[in-house]
Ligand binder design. Structure first.
Ligand code: AMP
Length: 305
């Protein structure tokens, strides 16, 4: 049986555009249908590919942005060593039938230098990742807002892998009336459980072994979900304690929309999230859960959309 899709196989390369004028021209040719945008920092992997595939299944046109946003990197973070693989990234986009790849430089996105006016993530941006990376989410939301304005999508696709980012983008879109659909895509993992990340290339073989403790801890927590919050936390913590080379920044079981620790009586959707440094690399991972009777892992927090 041949599965019919409305997207023809990629016979042509995507249009690769770098300036605002080129993007505007390319975007104008996509006005015959809906446009989904997948925003990335490049070094594309199977996780990004899954976002692109899901976008392509539902939207007539797909735009991928590749932009290493200096605004979301703090001093001493890995902006200068972040992997850059643009040619391979464009190849991947070509194979997936992407229409347009927007790869601007910082002076294209921020023509007047660092923007004086920025989107504030508010209190949800100060916890978890935000506590370790002050200003990070203001930088993320500012660039996401700008890229939404520049690409004018009907839908934007984000990975559950970055759960706090996904939540904050949903909030920004709702609180500031961006009028775009936000679609969540479950985390893509290696067979052994490691969540795919562009930063995994920094891991040595032995770092990688230690890094597996993160996903193992999340699985252990998920397995205890029917027993309540403290059982989840205890099971996950136990796995991490056994891997001293994973330097844990936080391990939390929080409400998926307030990011507040859930109390012991809580039953319902929760997010088990972890951040740890392994070698020189800071890794994050999370698992949406249903806590309580019949509990266990969920694909993505707040459903798929
Ligand atoms: P990044 O290039 O790391 O900024 O990621 C771009 C998008 O891909 C974000 O929406 C991420 O959440 C998503 N993403 C990154 N890794 C994964 C993964 N392993 N599974 C699903 N989505 C991912």
């Amino acid at each position: 049986m041949t599965l019919f899709t409305h997207r023809p196989p990629a016979a042509t390369r995507p249009l690769v555009v770098r300036t605002r004028a080129e993007l505007a021209e390319a975007r104008a040719t996509l006005d015959d249908g809906d446009v989904a945008v997948v925003m990335t920092m490049g070094a594309l992997h199977e996780g990004h590919r899954e976002l692109i595939r899901q976008a392509a299944q539902r939207a007539r046109h797909v735009v991928v942005t590749i932009f290493l946003n200096p605004l979301q990197f703090g001093p001493g973070e890995d902006l200068s060593r972040y992997p850059r693989t643009v040619d391979d990234d464009v190849e991947l986009c070509a194979r997936e039938g992407v229409d347009v790849v927007f790869t601007p430089t910082p002076d294209v996105v921020y023509p007047d230098g660092d923007p004086g006016v920025r989107v504030s993530a508010g209190p949800l941006g100060d916890v978890l990742e935000g506590r370790s990376r002050p200003g990070h989410f203001d930088g993320v939301l500012t660039v996401v807002g700008k890229l939404i304005h520049l690409t004018r999508p009907h839908a934007v696709y984000y990975g559950q892998k970055d759960a706090q980012q996904l939540l904050l983008i949903r909030r920004m879109v709702r609180d500031l009336d961006f009028g775009v659909e936000v679609v969540a895509v479950p985390t893509v993992r290696e067979d052994d459980g490691l969540a795919l990340s562009s930063r995994n290339v920094y891991l040595t073989a032995s770092d990688r072994e230690s890094a597996l403790a993160l996903s193992r801890a999340l699985r252990a927590g998920a397995d205890a979900a029917s027993e309540g919050p403290s059982a989840v936390r205890r099971a996950a913590r136990q796995v991490l304690v056994e891997e001293p080379l994973a330097m844990v920044d936080y391990l939390v079981l929080v409400h998926p929309t307030t990011l507040e620790d859930v109390p012991e009586w809580y039953r319902g959707e929760a997010l088990l999230a972890v951040a740890a440094r392994v070698g020189t690399t800071r890794l994050i991972d999370n698992q949406p859960l249903l806590v309580g009777p019949g509990g266990g892992p969920l694909a993505a927090s707040g459903g798929q959309r």
